[in-house]
Design a protein around this ligand. Structure first.
Ligand code: NAD
Length: 481
């Protein structure tokens, strides 16, 4: 088994070389105790320009390979990631804090996109359209869009990269990636394995930089970049959208959420509790599809709250590398303070803290349950991104749906009910890109992941996820007499 230290790299990867723009190094900290994991050479827009030019040079030769030839490289990359699962998972837990079992799961999940799109690229079909005159023929083909810029967050240091670059690379687009400054080591390990897999120079580029705003703006304004794919906050998504206006760049945006979890009076409450725990506390509540609001029908409110609180009280908090830990640290002190502010706000407005409610230290936060939550509380509108579970009460189906939709966000939602009719009617009424019905974990490479409203645009994964990296071209054949 590879020692994880053999997969730690300290430079950016551009045009097939390990390089850096500056001599200054960035320290990467372990969120579980603030200790240093290592440091990486910083780079900026100078190296970014080199990466964009290298990607642009690599575009036509990469596009001209057959889908099967590209598939072979992607499949190799997939196999190398799986072979090094334990080492990558360890690096991931060290830099983002999630429990090792979750990190292993993310390696599998992230790698699955590579395998899926390697296969899917062979099915990028066009169309033959019945002609509009006797001597003409109409054909439509799909072609890769061009150089893709990928900007990713820390909460899924591997999967947020592969969800974007796997479809891009598979259809023939070179990529320039900028991972979060909090989790660059996982990204660099991926780059190392991409190098070993044999992507031609310039096809796979990854830059470590502590200047996200400058990198984002530069990518948006570059005429050599055809598309930006971003995962992160709605605020930054809006900024990138505005910055891309001058080049009319295509954008895919996977942004924030405010997921409702509706429990109806005919639900299997034990199943709902199980789904609730899985969805709420993954990565200590720091995922865009984590439940933000539990909406529970009046007649089952007390039973759900009691059973859920009992289950939450059993969760083991600690360093993600330790055996049996289910909840790791939050990403930084700012996240601890923000989580605390949600609790304070709820307390002031009459919420009952029935479990937890306090930081354990500067790194960990107690899993928290708040009952009698009301719509004037901050978490009714804002994304929590921490281990707090507020429970709201509703009476009728209409009221439940109205409360669920009363947000600017529209990413994931969940409903628990024993009724087929309710499953359909409520799913159709929810203004969300995804609905889990009697299921708390819904992410998979085979289904389209994405949101509506302020949660973004575009879909990742599935047969639909490849469309965002291709353009349609219409060919009109004349003189066919
Ligand atoms: P963030 O927007 O602050 O940062 C995301 C990434 O963008 C980071 O790498 C950051 O360095 C970079 N960034 C910051 N400012 C930038 C700029 N001006 N230009 C370009 N890049 C910039 O978000 P965060 O707090 O780190 O991540 C959590 C957010 O991501 C949450 O809102 C969460 O819901 C969202 N998220 C969404 C999905 C999804 O699929 N919809 C998945 C994971 C996370």
């Amino acid at each position: 088994m590879t020692d994880y230290k053999n997969l730690l790299f300290d430079k950016s990867f551009v045009d097939g070389e390990w390089v850096a723009e500056f001599e200054e190094k960035l320290d990467v900290k372990n969120p579980a105790d603030g200790s240093s994991i290592g440091s990486i050479y910083n780079s900026g827009t100078g190296l970014l320009q080199n990466a964009i030019e290298a990607a642009h040079r690599a575009f036509v030769p990469w596009r001209e390979k057959t889908a099967k030839e590209r598939q072979a490289v992607l499949e190799k990359w997939f196999s190398l990631i799986i072979e090094n699962k334990e080492a990558i998972a360890t690096i991931m837990t060290l830099e983002c804090g999630k429990p090792l079992t979750e990190s292993r799961g993310e390696v599998d999940y992230g790698a699955s996109f590579i395998q899926w799109f390697a296969e899917e690229a062979k099915r990028v079909y066009g169309d033959v359209i019945p002609g509009f005159s006797a001597d003409r023929r109409v054909v439509v083909i799909r072609q890769p869009i061009g150089v893709v810029g990928a900007l990713t967050p820390w909460n899924f240091p591997l999967a947020m990269i592969t969800r974007k670059v796997a479809p891009a690379l598979a259809v023939g687009c070179p990529v320039v990636i900028r991972p979060s400054e909090e989790t660059p080591f996982t990204a660099l390990a991926l780059a190392k394995l991409a190098q070993e897999a044999g992507f031609p120079a310039g096809v796979f580029n990854l830059i470590v930089s502590d200047e996200p705003a400058a990198i984002g703006e530069f990518l948006c304004e570059s005429e050599l970049v055809s598309k930006i794919s971003f995962t992160g906050s709605t605020r930054v998504g809006q900024l990138l959208s505005a910055q891309s206006a001058s080049t009319l760049k295509t954008l895919s945006l996977e942004l924030g959420g405010n997921a409702p979890f509706l429990v109806f009076d005919d639900a299997d409450i034990d199943a709902a509790v199980k789904g609730a725990i899985a969805s709420k506390f993954r990565n200590a509540g720091q995922t865009c599809v984590c439940v933000n609001r539990f909406l529970v029908q009046d007649s089952v409110y007390d039973e759900f709250t009691r059973k859920f609180t009992e289950a939450v009280s059993q969760l083991k908090v600690g360093n993600g590398l330790d055996e049996g830990v289910q909840i790791g640290p939050l990403i930084n002190k700012k996240a601890i303070d923000k989580t605390k502010s949600f609790v304070e706000d709820a307390k002031e407005k009459g919420g009952k803290i029935i479990l937890g409610g306090e930081p354990i230290d500067d790194y960990f936060f107690q899993p928290t349950v708040i009952s009698e939550a009301t719509t004037d509380m901050k978490f009714a509108k804002e994304e929590i991104f921490g281990p707090i579970a507020p429970i709201f009460r509703f009476h009728t189906d209409e009221e439940g749906v109205q409360m669920a939709n009363d947000t600017i966000f529209g990413l994931a939602s969940y409903i628990y009910t024993g009724s087929v009719t309710r499953s359909w009617k409520i799913s159709e009424a929810l203004e969300y890109g995804m609905v889990g019905i009697n299921e708390g974990i819904i992410s998979t490479e085979v289904a389209p992941f994405g949101g509506v409203k302020y949660s973004g645009k575009g879909r990742e994964g599935s047969k639909y996820g490849i469309d965002d990296y291709t353009e349609l071209k219409y060919l009109c054949f004349g003189g066919v007499k």
